[in-house]
Structure formats: C-alpha cells, structure tokens
Design a binder for this molecule. Sequence first.
Ligand code: SAH
Length: 462
Amino acid sequence: MQHFPVYLDLAAARVVIAGNGAFALAKLRLLARTPARITLFAPAPARDLEVAAGEHGATLLRRPAEAADLDGARLAYAAHGEGAADARFARLARAAGALVNVVDDLEASDHITPAIVDRAPVTIAIGTEGAAPVLARAIKADLEERLPQGLGTLARAGKLFRPAAEALPQGRRRRAFWSDYYTRSGPEVLAEAGAELLDHALHALLERHLRAEAGVGRVDLVGAGPGDPALMTLKARQLLDAADVVIHDRLVPRPILDLARREALFVPVGKEGFGPSTPQDAINAAMIDHARTGARVVRLKGGDASVFARLDEETEALAAAGIDWSVTPGITAASAAAAAIGRSLTRRGRNAELRLVTAHDTQGFAELDWPALARPGAVAAVYMGRTAARFVQGRLMMHGASPATPVTLVANVARPDQRILTSRLDRLAADAAQLSGPAILLVGLGPAQAAASFSQRIEDMA
Ligand code: SAH
C-alpha cells in the first residue's frame, strides 16, 4: 500500500486547478461536490470550462498561476495535460505546501484521485495505485448499481439520530436497530414516503425496538438460490449480513455462507444425500432456542424457501413459539436448471402448465398424477429425482409416455461442477446413474433448438 487512503476535510479549504480543457473540467466537476473554495488558472479556457466555473462558483483567473496565488492551497491539480506547464505549476504548488496531483502522471503526483462512489456522507474510494484503472471503474460501476441512491440521505438522517439511539443498550440491540433502519425500514420509508419522513420513522422504529422485549430475536427464512452467490437476492444478502446465527441446509455451499459475518454462528442441519439427517423437531428447536437468546437467526435454505423445503412446518413452529419470522424467496433449482439449458419452462402451444414434483415423500417413492405427466408436451421438474429416475421412467412409460420424450438432467446447477446431460425417457435411469450431487430432471425439455440440431447428446454443456 504505497498510496494510503485518507479522507481530507475540504470545508473552507482552498483548492487550485490549472488547465484549459477537459482535464481541468473533470477535476472541477469532482471538486465542486465538496465545499472547497476553488480557484481555476486558465489562460485560454475552453467554453465548457468557463461555463462550469461559473456554475460551480469557482474563481476563474485567465492567466498562469504565480507563486503568491497559491498561498494556503490544500490541494493542487496540474491539469493542462502538457508536460512543461504542468511541471511548472506543480513546482509552485508544492513550494506553497499543497498536495499536488498531476493529471495522468503517477510519478509526478503526491496524491492520486480514486474512483469515487458518492453517497455522501457515505463515500467509497477505489484506488489501484495506477495499476488497473479499468478494474477501478468496474468496481465502481458494480458498487454504483448495488448501493441505493438514497443511501446518503439515510446516512445523514441516521447520523443526526445517533444520540437518540443511545437509549438502546450498546451491542446487539443497538446494532439490530441500525441494521433494521439501513436494510429495511429506512429504504422502505425513503421509497414510499420520502426523506421528510425519515426522522419520524426513526423515532417510531426506536420505540418499537425499545418496546420489544429485550432479548427476543427473530428468524428470517431465506432462499439462498441454487448455489451461485450471484443468484441470491439483495435482501437475502442483507439478512445474511445481519445474522447472528445461520442455520443452513447442507445444500448451501461455502461461497454463500462466506457472505455472513465472520463472527456469526453456523449450524448445519438437514440431510446430505441419503446420509444422516437432522430431525425436523431438532431444526425447529434450534431456531427457537437461538431466537430466544435475542439472536437474529437466518434459516438458510437451498433454492427457494417454499419449494420442497418444509417451510410451513418451520413457520408454524415459530408462530407457536411467538417468534417473529419472515420469508425471503430465492431462485428454485427448476428455474436455474431451465436457465442453464436456455429453455423456457412454459411455452405457448406446448404446455400451459408446469409441475414441480418430487419423486420422494416421507413414505418413500411418491405417487403423482402420472397420466397428466405422461401427456405429450407435459413439462415437469423432478426434484430429488436422481435416485428415483428408474421409478419415474417406469411410471411414465407405463402411463403411455413416448420413450423418446426428451429429458434433461442438470446436476449441481449454478455451481462450478454443474453438469448437463441430455437424455430421453427410455435412457433416463442409465443416464441418471452417471451423475452425482443434487440434480433436477426436466422432463419434456430437451436442449435449446440450436444445440439440438447438431447434437443429440450434449454432455457438460456448461
Ligand atoms: N428448496 C430447493 C429444493 C430442495 S429439495 C429449491 O427450491 O431448489 C432438494 C432437491 O432440489 C435436490 O435433490 C435437487 O433435486 C434440487 N436441487 C437443489 N439445488 C440444486 C442444484 N444446485 N442443482 C441441482 N438440483 C438442485
């Protein structure tokens, strides 16, 4: 870290910029977001620079800077983009004690300008010490997209409210209050009612947190999606980030768990393939016990929380225990598998109905509406289908499905080891036996048209 990031207070500070064109204009626009007093030295200013100087209230001097002009300057930008003029200005400014930046000249600069995400008072500076400006811009673009526009407004209102929030004891409860404000209530109020109501909302939220019996936590049941962290919802990430305890299915992979706070407690539950499984009562008890210690519990489930995930059993147990809960949806394996093969789960003229089925129930193999599933054009996503492939194959053929019915098997969807196998009903059992890991069978769906024309059988399409 040769360049150390700091935040410089520019209230009432003097900043000088020297240059006539685009470089000077870019610096002027950036610095104009601060309260600094800006002086611009431009012997022959371009028209738009002149206009911008006027707009931003900068002092424009149509001559080169002299030593005496630079007294008390805190920051100086040599922005001619021309060696001799920049070097001269840099020398004068440095002699006057200013920190100098020479545009596009790392070596000649005392400080460099980072890529900035501005949600003041929340500001993020991204620097690469000149190594990779493109990377800095990509990170900035990513953050710009991720951080709500109103973040600065939220933070300003939050800052004013800090003394009031001290009514809550320091530690978990106060943290829960702020987390609630920044991730939930604040953005909601901002979107629905506007900034004027933030202060009112903060008071109401504080009341609620003060009234809440000390030490009663909550449980958020969250769909983690099929495995790729990029396929999680923003809300899922926020809840995970605020969680004290994460009770997760074994289906949820490491990169997603890594999004939780490092100090969070991780409790793996559920079953691994046909390995040992945690009884539902024990899962319910774990959620309730942790919530009763006052913890924010996230119950993290693979895919969507409401698809073959025993959601109701868990929410009913929480409700019976008097614990607050919520559900956050996620991308279910069927959606992710369809996306992986580039096919639509429904299609005009083919299927107006989509079935999400499991071939297993608590009793063993599940009996389904086989005649409907066997009809031409029917599409079904079979969960937990790998080990039941032979059973599904037998039942569908028995009910008259064509042996040539396309079936696509997708294992480990949205994970590095994703595997796609194009099959047909009469080969289903044999093909399924080649796969390992969680897999979904898309009955009635073959590969995308373009791919089908040159390949009957596509392996490892990913
Ligand atoms: N709630 C989950 C489903 C849980 S049941 C969801 O909405 O996706 C477990 C079954 O889901 C697995 O046996 C498999 O059929 C399917 N599944 C879940 N994640 C998967 C993944 N990443 N790839 C393939 N199948 C997956």
